[in-house]
Design a protein around this ligand. Structure first.
Ligand SMILES: Cc1cc2nc3c(=O)[nH]c(=O)nc-3n(C[C@H](O)[C@H](O)[C@H](O)COP(=O)(O)OP(=O)(O)OC[C@H]3O[C@@H](n4cnc5c(N)ncnc54)[C@H](O)[C@@H]3O)c2cc1C
Length: 503
């Protein structure tokens, strides 16, 4: 039986637009599209459920659904893979959820101008399976490579594990088609031509319509960058007796200027303890190993060979012990599996219980990493002292700059949470801890998020502090483009734009 608070007439209109078989109002279709892998207040699940789910197959259908939502003043929420870690695809006020998964076509592979045009519902794994045959790839490579989709990558302005060499999502998406909150379909990119990489005509709108967490429209098609399929991949892992030596070595490796370098990652002692304990893909190191640095390179075989020689020399000269080929290659190869860690973890008393994974993902200047690490672990310790359900799974810092992998680092603290234990008290403590973590990032000249976005409870409260005058502009843009606040309302505190007195 259908359970929905939308009128039967409205649901019929949705069926008229998308087709009878592509509109769902049953419980499982709706509840399944509320959940995300970030810590989720399961004790309040039914507050976040959409009233209806639609699976459109064309931009015109999306446009008609958005116009309908405006006429009826009903919220509308875009959803792609549902792997976002900042609740972007979670409906906060019910309404119509637009699931773009069926818009997964590869429409045009252009090997001459080096682009591929796709629907927003395709994932990078499937796309590259096809592209590889042509000697090219689309190098957006998050840890969620097999499960996040192009639409969500644009909605979050995602971050790639090999971004130091190939850039991140914003660098790799050349242009896209988007349905605005009032239903118009427009193209944005670097200039008018779909395949132009750099233009100075007008505002740089492509960037405005990336990373907005579905609050400024729904992407219905995207034209993406193709790069030659790399001939060679090289990864090297180094071990260190302490964090400070590893941190200095990380800086030296990242600043080496090696053109094929795709990323450098610094793991701290608590991260190693977690890996030793809970990660079956990890080959345990002896206890004197307190920190590990991982590096990866991609490119033509002759360039990678020369770069690898230099990289190995720097790693060893700065105090690193090469961990050998098996660990270096095996661990790097596991990078897409590593962070999907549900049902891992333990209580501090030693008992193993199912825990799900949470991560913070601030951008932190290199110079501030040691201090931020201390303060973040102290926040996690305080949570663990008060509640048995939390566990500190350690930190890593990963070169963040596209093409110039030095300067600031995507810095994560991973926290295990026994989610079945949530209640209002622990949830409130958690939200406060997230605020505290974000405040530390800002105090050290960082950004709350390099990767996932910052629209969850807790961190979102500090977004106005981070953006200053830019926050006022954000509200004006939102209200101008979405006069009825139908497009993913409640996110990023943007409802403030519609409060009395806001102009
Ligand atoms: C195990 C794991 C590892 C991860 N590793 C990384 C990583 O390395 N790098 C990284 O950047 N992220 C990572 N993430 C986070 C997540 O995968 C990314 O944020 C990803 O970009 C989300 O894509 P999605 O398709 O799942 O989007 P969803 O979660 O469905 O949506 C994300 C946001 O985009 C909006 N959106 C969805 N589709 C559209 C559309 N068509 N038009 C406009 N807005 C839209 C949604 O409303 C939402 O606000 C990881 C997540 C997990 C679970």
């Amino acid at each position: 039986m259908a359970v929905t608070s939308l009128s039967e007439g409205l649901v019929d209109e949705l069926r008229g637009i998308c087709g009878h078989d592509y509109v769902f109002t049953g419980r499982s279709a709706r509840f399944n599209r509320a959940r995300v892998p970030a810590p989720f207040p399961v004790h309040r699940w039914d507050e976040f459920v959409p009233d209806a789910v639609v699976l459109p197959r064309a931009a015109e259908q999306v446009s008609e659904v958005v116009k309908l939502a405006n006429r009826h003043r009903v919220p509308i929420v875009p959803r792609a893979g549902g792997t976002g870690l900042t609740d972007g695809a979670v409906p906060l006020n019910g309404g119509i959820l637009v699931d773009v998964k069926l818009m997964n076509e590869i429409k045009d592979i252009d090997l001459v101008d080096r682009t591929v045009t796709v629907g927003p519902g395709i994932n990078m794994l499937k796309l590259n399976e096809e592209l590889r045959r042509h000697g090219v790839i689309y190098p957006d490579n998050p840890a969620s490579y097999p499960c996040s989709l192009v639409g969500g990558r644009i909605g979050t302005s995602g971050w790639s594990l090999i971004g130091g060499r190939y850039g991140h999502t914003r660098d790799l998406v050349i242009s896209f088609q988007i349905v605005l909150p009032t239903g118009e379909i427009i193209e944005v990119g670097d200039g008018g031509g779909r395949k132009v990489r750099k233009s100075s005509t007008g505002f740089q709108l492509k960037h405005l319509f990336m990373g907005h967490q579905g609050t400024l429209g729904i992407v219905t098609e995207a034209t993406l960058e193709l790069v030659p399929r790399p001939e060679a991949e090289f990864s090297a892992f180094f071990a260190y007796p302490d964090y400070d030596t590893a941190w200095r070595s990380t800086g030296a490796l990242a600043k080496s200027g090696i053109a094929t370098l795709a990323g450098v990652v610094l793991f701290d002692e608590r991260k190693l303890a977690y890996l030793r304990r809970d990660d079956e893909a990890y080959i345990p190191q002896p206890p004197e190993v307190r920190s590990v640095v991982a590096t990866a390179m991609y490119g033509n075989a002759d360039e990678v060979r020369v770069g690898a020689k230099r990289l190995m020399r720097i790693g060893v000269e700065t105090g690193g012990n090469y961990l050998g080929d098996e660990i270096s290659h095996g661990d790097w190869a596991a990078r897409h599996d590593r962070y999907a860690t549900p049902l891992h973890g333990r209580l501090r008393s030693g008992q193993v219980v199912p825990m799900s994974w949470h991560c913070e993902d601030a951008a932190i200047p290199y110079s501030a990493l040691p201090k931020v690490r201390e303060e973040w672990h102290a926040i996690a310790d305080s949570l663990m002292e008060r509640f048995e359900m939390f566990d500190d799974w350690g930190m890593f810092a990963y070169t963040n700059g596209p093409y110039k992998p030095w300067g600031d680092y995507l810095t994560e603290i991973d926290i295990g949470i026994w989610e079945m234990q949530w209640d209002d008290e622990s949830w409130a403590a958690w939200v406060q801890a997230k605020k505290d973590i974000s405040a530390v990032a800002l105090r050290y000249g960082g950004s709350i998020t390099a990767c996932h976005g910052a629209s969850r409870e807790g961190e979102v409260d500090l977004v106005p502090d981070e953006l200053g005058g830019g926050w006022e502009v954000m509200k004006k843009v939102k209200k101008a483009l979405d006069p009825h606040n139908v497009m993913n309302p409640g996110k990023y505190l943007l409802d403030e734009a519609y409060e009395e007195g806001e102009s």
